[in-house]
Write a protein that binds this ligand. Structure first.
Ligand SMILES: Cc1cc2nc3c(=O)[nH]c(=O)nc-3n(C[C@H](O)[C@H](O)[C@H](O)COP(=O)(O)O)c2cc1C
Length: 379
């Protein structure tokens, strides 16, 4: 299935500007999302065999999720489940609606299966997102997989008011998602990454957990706290990552999403790649895979495997996904892999993971998590 996409469809799509194709694809998936028959058709093509995982008190039909940034406005919520994703992370959303950076702001580095983007959190704001999510639910179109929301900081909000900005978004979105991810690692909002500093992040997490606790208590029926995760940059040093880990217990962080895009560029002699790599923004896809896996392995070892990690960065096939799991990821996510390999990639990855588990003598996925980081099994 991915072969057919790469051979026939991708060359046609890649003739046009990256964001234009992204928007067109999303429009079609939004249409399919409103038509149950279209979703059933998608499911009949793309639904993978089950590979269930239970984490954060949530049931995931398989461990392969949609990464943040693909569906910032929740336009195609039912379609992601129909395409076989085991969960989806919507957003990034900010408290204030904002247009993002001027276009063009998304670029393909085809020879290295990579993208550079400087979208800058273009989104319609937390309240609009909450309304959209309520609509999906009211129409009976809510997907049968966990849905997370990626929270960013509004560009107009000064850094020292970031905690209030994030908390305002959580307050209106809290009833609408199963888990939340604090994004302090996008390179495309000026100075956002400074919020990964321990003191700043501590303040944000404190504000978020206060909202979390008060809404869980004031729900008509008692509700558990929503899992809140932190998404980190691949460009953080190991000591800086360790400082973030110091916050996870006191602030009840449910897990880490590792990683966001990188501002580092590979060296290359190819002129076309040099031209793309000169663009400002975050690099995703194949060149990010190695560093992202290193970060996952470090986090897994530092926490003794006790803190769940969602592994993301350069996963294009089952072998890439296995590397992340063996390094310590309990779940994985893809963005760029979907662009380069097409919608069949989820089914291929899940199928490949099932085969690999069997070949290595594991009876379930959690057994395999961190096997390489622990030194139990070489890759
Ligand atoms: C166009 C684009 C937009 C993105 N927007 C967000 C975002 O809003 N929030 C976020 O946390 N990550 C965002 N990301 C990062 C992805 O979620 C992911 O962490 C990164 O691309 C690495 O995964 P990949 O190599 O599978 O693409 C974006 C990535 C791309 C390519």
């Amino acid at each position: 299935m991915t072969w057919a996409y790469r051979t026939f469809l991708r060359p046609l799509l890649f003739r046009q500007e990256s964001e234009k194709i992204h928007n067109l694809t999303l429009q079609r998936l939004a249409w399919a999302s409103r038509h149950p028959l279209a979703c059933s058709a998608l499911a009949s093509f793309y639904q993978p065999a089950p590979l269930p995982v239970e984490l954060f008190g949530l049931k995931f039909p398989n461990p392969v999720g949609l990464a943040a940034g693909m569906d910032k406005k929740a336009e195609a919520v039912p379609a992601w489940a129909a395409m076989g994703f085991g969960f989806s992370e919507l957003g990034g959303v900010t408290w204030h609606a904002q247009p993002g950076n001027p276009t063009p702001r998304m670029f393909r580095a085809v020879a290295e299966q990579a993208l550079i983007n400087r979208m800058g959190f273009n989104n319609s704001g937390a309240e609009a997102l909450a309304r959209r999510l309520a609509e999906w639910r009211n129409q009976g179109r809510w997907p049968e997989h966990p849905v997370g929301i990626n929270l960013g900081k509004s560009k107009i909000t000064p850094l020292d008011e970031a905690a209030t900005d994030y908390a305002s978004s959580l307050r209106v979105l809290w009833p609408h998602a199963d888990f939340f991810v604090v994004n302090v690692s996008s390179p495309n909002t000026p100075n956002l990454r400074q919020l990964q500093d321990k003191a700043a992040l501590n303040e944000i997490l404190a504000a978020l957990q206060e909202v979390n606790l008060s809404l869980s208590r004031s729900s008509p029926t008692p509700q558990p706290l929503k899992p809140i995760l932190v998404k980190v940059a691949p460009d953080l040093s190991f000591p800086a990552l360790d400082e973030i880990l110091e916050l996870t217990e006191p602030r009840q962080v449910a897990g880490i999403v590792a990683t966001n895009t990188t501002i580092v560029r590979p060296t290359t002699d190819q002129v076309e790649l040099q031209r793309v790599y000169a663009e400002a923004g975050g690099l995703s896809g194949h060149p990010l895979a190695k560093r992202s896996t290193e970060v996952i392995r470090h986090l897994y070892r530092q926490t003794g495997g006790k803190l769940p990690i969602i592994g993301v960065g350069g996963i294009l096939n089952a072998a890439d996904a296995w590397e992340k799991i063996a390094a310590g990821a309990s779940l994985v996510q893809i963005y760029t892999g979907l662009v380069y390999e097409g919608p069949g990639v989820v089914r291929e990855i899940v199928g490949g993971l099932r085969s690999r588990l069997l070949a290595d003598g594991f009876t379930n996925l959690p057994q395999a998590v961190g096997c390489e980081a622990r030194g139990d099994k070489p890759l």
